[in-house]
Design a protein around this ligand. Structure first.
Ligand code: UDP
Length: 381
């Protein structure tokens, strides 16, 4: 009898990171894959599903402009429950730390369906940062039956919180599976300005920013810092794929208007984004996923946050936490651009987050829950 595994996800980063797992579930002879999107992000989510060839079986369509976190959670509970009842999955898979994940895992738990948490055990140690993700991770750990920790550090975090070690498997992060699958595929650049940058072989500084706790004054400072960097280094091109959220755009973009060497784009399709990242000389970001991807491409990464739940690449020397202060951002970018030794010290390709086999380990651990075969050895063991 095949087991029905329901994967529930709602945002772009979740889609990128669950896509390799969904592919693996589909390929397993004794597992049946059912997919549910909440639609917490809309266009950015659809874009990723399209790239990985996934057509969701259910779409809860919860997105609304300006919706509160509580409004979003309430909608997910309300619309997911009938799907759980109708589909009767044997397990529910969630990924990461969004409000979709927290709501879906509690909803599954209330229906007594075992929860599998992909990317379990990340902790910044500050419940307010990232907000609300740190709380979402901890809430999800409470209802999870199988914790798929990406690294030995995340396993140790869970064990420190008294999670039963037998319920944890270390898989590597599935984002590296997605990255290795995608990078190097010669996807066309749909924005002609990006193609022109490549044709002219201009060095690229890639920037992404969206974190909720940086909204407002901090993000305005980021915009001013970017403008100062662009003016000081006119031979470089600063590429900023702008997040869809209007709050982010209104804070960052005004300072950048009219600068020849700043290219602000719509969110890039994953293949295009990884193509630009692979060419970039420095990555400046507050993103979780980008912090994991860029080190494996050997890019120095400056992270605009005060703390991180991803210490592995900081320890390896390719990621530096710099906060969101305007002067500090300019100073750290200048240091890398002016000092070849400082640049070389950070530009090491390291893969602390995965080896491209995370989905395989995840699917093996899910199958083992049902007595279908053995787990694979832990990543990094
Ligand atoms: N990404 C993308 N297009 C973009 C910007 C980012 O495909 O224009 C990808 C990126 O490669 C990474 C993920 O989106 O895999 C990160 O998403 P985001 O920064 O929104 O979320 P976080 O990782 O911080 O949760």
């Amino acid at each position: 009898m095949s087991r029905r595994i329901m994967t529930i996800y709602g945002t772009r980063p979740e889609a990128i990171k669950v896509a390799p797992v969904i592919r693996g579930l589909e390929a397993h002879p004794d597992l049946e894959s059912v997919t549910v999107v909440t639609g917490q992000h809309r266009e950015m989510l659809d874009q990723v599903n399209e790239i990985f060839g996934i057509t969701p079986d259910h779409d809860l369509d919860v997105f609304a402009h300006g919706q509160t976190l509580n409004g979003l959670m309430a909608k997910v509970f309300d619309r997911l429950d009938p799907v759980l009842v109708a589909e009767r999955p044997d397990a529910v898979v969630v990924q990461g730390d969004t409000s979709t994940v927290a709501a879906a895992s509690i909803a599954a738990f209330y229906r007594q369906i075992p929860v599998v948490h992909v990317e379990a055990g990340l902790r910044s140690g500050d419940i307010h940062s990232p907000f609300p993700e740190e709380a979402n991770r901890k809430l999800t750990s409470q209802t999870t039956a199988l914790h798929l920790a990406p690294t030995p550090t995340s396993r140790a975090n869970l064990e420190r919180e008294a999670v039963d070690p037998a319920g944890i498997a270390v898989t590597g992060n599935t984002v590296i599976d997605a990255l290795l699958h995608t990078v190097g595929q010669d996807v066309p650049l749909t924005d002609p300005r990006l193609q022109a940058v490549e044709d002219a072989d201009r060095p690229v500084l890639l920037v992404t920013t969206h974190r909720r706790e940086n909204w407002g004054g901090a993000m305005e400072g980021v915009g001013r810092a970017l403008a100062r960097v662009a003016k000081t280094y006119p031979e470089h091109v600063l590429v900023l794929p702008a997040h869809r959220n209007p709050i982010v755009r209104e804070a960052v973009l005004p300072a950048l208007e009219g600068l020849e060497n700043v290219v602000v784009t719509e969110p890039l399709a994953y293949g295009e984004f990884t193509r630009v990242m692979a060419r970039a000389s420095i990555v400046l970001t507050d993103s979780g996923g980008v912090q994991e991807e860029a080190p494996s491409l050997g890019k120095p990464v400056l992270v605009m946050r005060e703390n991180t739940e991803r210490p592995e690449a900081v320890d390896a020397g390719t990621v530096r936490l710099i906060g969101t202060g305007e002067d500090r951002i300019v100073e750290e970018m200048s240091r890398l651009l002016d000092d070849p030794a400082a640049y070389a010290a950070m530009a090491n390709a390291v893969n602390p987050y995965g080896d491209g086999r995370a989905a395989e380990r995840s699917v093996a651990a899910i199958a083992e829950m049902f007595g279908l075969g053995e787990r694979l050895p832990d990543f990094g063991s």
